[in-house]
Design a protein around this ligand. Structure first.
Ligand code: KIV
Ligand code: ZN
Length: 383
């Protein structure tokens, strides 16, 4: 029996912090409903103290979504925690996520607080949040650049104060997989009460390593991953939900965890977030890019037509595509050409006719980037 990996989606909070990705309340509700269809465990719906609009959005999401836990973010200050507590009230299941920075640079230059003061504030914040819900998450912000000894101290105190999830953010995307994985192992081994909380990974993608770092954390004991649809998020973004979920599902031989995500809803979620934010998905984006399940080269097309697993490690249908795709272009082979024409209802009486048409197709493909079905039809009918 595999452990459950909690999928915590922060598209509506960290995702919205992506410059230019602001969403209206109605848009957030549409996305939240799709996240519920995906069967996401926790939806971080916003930062209620950030603005009256953000408060309203979190409250509205908490009112309409019933099957996922709704979370509100709060700094370790009274007003933030109280606003988050109010906003999540309508939820069937609500969580407050409170955070304070623990790295030397953040404590000294940003907070201007001593390490002792940070521990004291963290404990105070968790206890205050517990007045609203017994589901409290604590994050030592910039954990990826914090001293492990100090992390152990603040996390042990936060768990004692009542935190049930401990999230380890690589806030600036500075870590690399081996290091981030070892950090989880060290924290889980050294913190005496670590078994009383779920440890979580929250990775940013500044070095393109957010998914790899999250997977390293899971291999070393993390049982929650924080992620966003299409990897939306601050700067270079966050861990992409679709990638982490499909990595764990596809490589069950490696990971001891399962998610509850209905993967067939992934493409719809990706398209919804892209349409609402106006952030296009690059064609070669894993899982949800237009080319993720497309084959153009003749060798690959021939292989896939004989057996899909020759060049496919996942089924396109499992993430919401209607099928994989054979793109007809100059690299395409005779087998794919013949198969596509048969699908269009065109068959050749002789091998010679097929060879002649294939020759005309190759000439056209040298001139034209992508060959559409209409081009194929006229290749045959116009001759
Ligand atoms: O990246 C970060 O540190 C955050 C925290 C608020 C968890 O988003
Ligand atoms: Zn973040």
């Amino acid at each position: 029996m595999k452990d459950h990996l909690v999928i915590f989606d922060t598209t509506l909070r960290d995702g919205e912090q992506s410059p230019g990705a602001s969403m209206t309340k109605e848009e957030k509700i549409r996305i939240a409903k799709q996240l519920e269809r995906l069967n996401v465990d926790v939806i971080e719906a916003g930062f209620p103290a950030a603005s009256p609009g953000d408060f309203d959005s979190v409250q509205a999401v908490a009112s309409v979504v019933k099957d996922s836990t709704i979370c509100g973010l709060a700094r370790a200050v009274a007003n933030d925690i109280d606003r988050a507590g109010e906003a999540i009230k309508p939820a069937n299941s609500g969580r407050i996520h409170t955070f304070i920075a623990t790295s030397p640079i953040h404590m000294e230059k940003k907070l201007r607080m001593s390490p002792d003061e940070v521990v004291e504030r963290a404990v105070w914040a968790v206890k205050r949040a517990r007045n609203y819900t017994d589901n409290v998450e604590f994050s030592p912000e910039d954990a990826g650049r914090s001293e492990p000894d100090f992390l152990c101290r603040v996390i042990e105190a936060a768990i004692k104060a009542g935190a049930t999830t401990i999230n380890i953010p690589d806030t600036v995307g500075y870590n690399v997989p081996k290091q981030f994985g070892l950090l989880f192992r060290e924290l889980l081994e050294r913190i005496p009460n670590s078994d009383q909380a779920i440890f979580s990974a929250h990775c940013h993608n500044d070095l393109g390593l957010a998914v790899a770092n999250s997977l390293a954390a899971v291999e070393n004991g993390a049982r929650q991953v924080e992620c966003t649809i299409n990897g939306l998020g601050e700067r270079a973004g966050n861990t992409a939900l679709e990638e982490i979920v499909m990595a764990v599902k596809t490589r069950q031989d490696i990971f001891d965890v399962d998610t509850r995500i209905r993967t067939q809803e992934i493409l719809a979620a990706s398209r919804l977030v892209s349409n609402i934010t106006g952030f296009a998905v690059q064609p070669n984006k894993a899982i949800v890019g237009a080319n993720a399940f497309a084959h153009e080269s003749g060798i690959h097309q021939d292989g896939v037509l004989k057996h899909r697993e020759t060049y496919e490690i996942m089924r396109a249908e499992d993430v919401g595509w209607s099928t994989n795709k054979m793109v007809m272009g100059k690299h395409s082979g005779r087998n794919a050409f013949k198969t596509r024409l048969e699908e269009l209802g065109i068959e050749f009486e002789t091998e010679q006719e097929l060879n002649d048409a294939f020759g005309r197709f190759k000439e056209l493909a040298d001139r034209k980037h992508e060959i559409y079905d209409e081009d194929l039809q006229s290749l045959v009918t116009d001759n």
